[in-house]
Design a protein around this ligand. Structure first.
Ligand code: BYC
Length: 327
């Protein structure tokens, strides 16, 4: 009898969940944004926490390859621009951590996942920046790849993520232009400066293509994320769009992309390009890239060094609360 009651209850519960899920999907299909207090499937919530926190980590780890070059910037103007850019990235991290917090995870948990090596961040930031030209290549190629992906995310189905992306995209387009400007200046310079420019493009090109993630057939999350309109374009679609854009812009620099198979395909109305080294990609994602250990160690140090700031802020907030209670 008890078992029957439980069975009926579970069946009714399943039917209700099915009905709620249908309403949820209908909202997505009708382009109604999902907001923090709305009902959502647990898997949708978890997928967003994963993606938004990885995105936030990418922004703050992404400050490292450029941060080290601030003191070597060739002019005061370049230095001021680079400081502003790195500061923007910290800001992007904060908007994104805040968006993730609306899904029920807190900042400290996300940070612990990053410094323990459990959480992922974009593979691109595990490559070293070896010359000033890398500041240009990062801005032009890395921010350029990021923008294509992020413009799509301005229309993602989760409200707080979509709204954070609108502001981020405005800042990213400035980042990309300043990167192109650095490379353009070098491309008009001495033979040595031209060689520096070409060398940076050669080293950052393939890792930039990897930023879009694995090929569509190897992408584990894409189908579900596209159904939920978290993602609106596939990894390969965005990658192809990026190649089409950069293959034209590189001509303005008078430089080349390091891909002998890059060729305009009239029929497809887009560029064909060579095979990405997927072994290298997965190796970097798994923590074995040239700078993975160094990046995590820098973030761990920054997190530990900031303990007293967090404690002081909490003590101050407590003091203020007690004061207003007493009043
Ligand atoms: N690196 O099923 P898939 C910036 C993982 S920073 C590492 O296709 P999804 C900037 C993926 O997580 C902007 N891991 O995944 C800052 C998954 O593993 P898990 C960074 C990668 O999520 C400073 C597995 O591979 N942008 O602008 O559907 C200076 C299977 O992949 C990568 C974002 O974070 C990678 N590249 O699609 C300058 C954008 N790719 O989690 C610039 C937000 C894939 O199952 N994120 N993986 O263990 C996204 O749009 C999506 O998460 C991705 C991947 C397109 C990246």
């Amino acid at each position: 009898m008890q078992v029957n009651a439980l069975f009926l209850y579970t069946q009714r519960f399943d039917m209700e969940t099915d009905a709620i899920e249908k309403i949820f999907q209908q909202k997505i299909d009708e382009e109604i944004k999902i907001e923090p207090k709305d009902w959502m499937p647990e898997k949708y919530r978890q997928t967003l926490i994963r993606q938004i926190s990885q995105h936030a980590h990418s922004e703050i780890v992404g400050m490292l390859p450029e941060g080290g070059w601030i003191k070597y910037a060739p002019t005061l103007k370049r230095k001021a621009i680079l400081i502003a850019k790195v500061q923007d990235e910290a800001g992007h991290g904060l908007y994104l951590y805040s968006a993730a917090e609306t899904l029920g995870i807190d900042y400290l948990t996300m940070m612990e996942q990053l410094v323990s090596g459990k959480a992922k961040y974009s593979s691109i930031f595990n490559y070293p920046s070896l010359s000033w030209a890398d500041m240009g290549a990062i801005g032009w190629l890395v921010d350029g790849a990021a923008i294509l992906n992020q413009v799509m995310l301005c229309r993602t189905s989760y409200g707080p993520y979509a709204r954070a992306m609108v502001r981020i995209c405005k800042e990213e387009s400035f980042h990309q232009r300043q990167g192109f400007d650095i490379l353009y200046t070098l491309s008009q310079g001495t033979d040595e400066q031209k060689a520096m420019c070409q060398d940076a493009i050669n080293r950052w090109w393939w890792p930039s293509l990897m930023m879009f993630g694995p090929k569509d057939e190897a992408s584990t999350h894409s189908d579900q994320s596209m159904n939920w309109k978290i993602k609106r374009k596939s990894n390969d679609e965005l990658r192809g769009q990026f190649v089409n854009m950069i293959a034209e812009q590189v001509k303005v620099l008078g430089m080349t992309l390091p891909d002998p198979d890059l060729k305009w395909n009239e029929e497809k109305n887009s560029y064909d390009f060579g095979e990405i080294n997927w072994d290298e990609f997965w190796n970097v994602v798994k923590g074995n890239g040239p700078c993975n250990k160094q990046r995590i160690e820098a973030r761990r140090k920054a997190h530990e060094g900031g303990t007293w700031v967090r404690e002081a802020a909490l003590a101050y907030a407590d003091k203020k609360k007690n004061k207003s209670k007493a009043a």
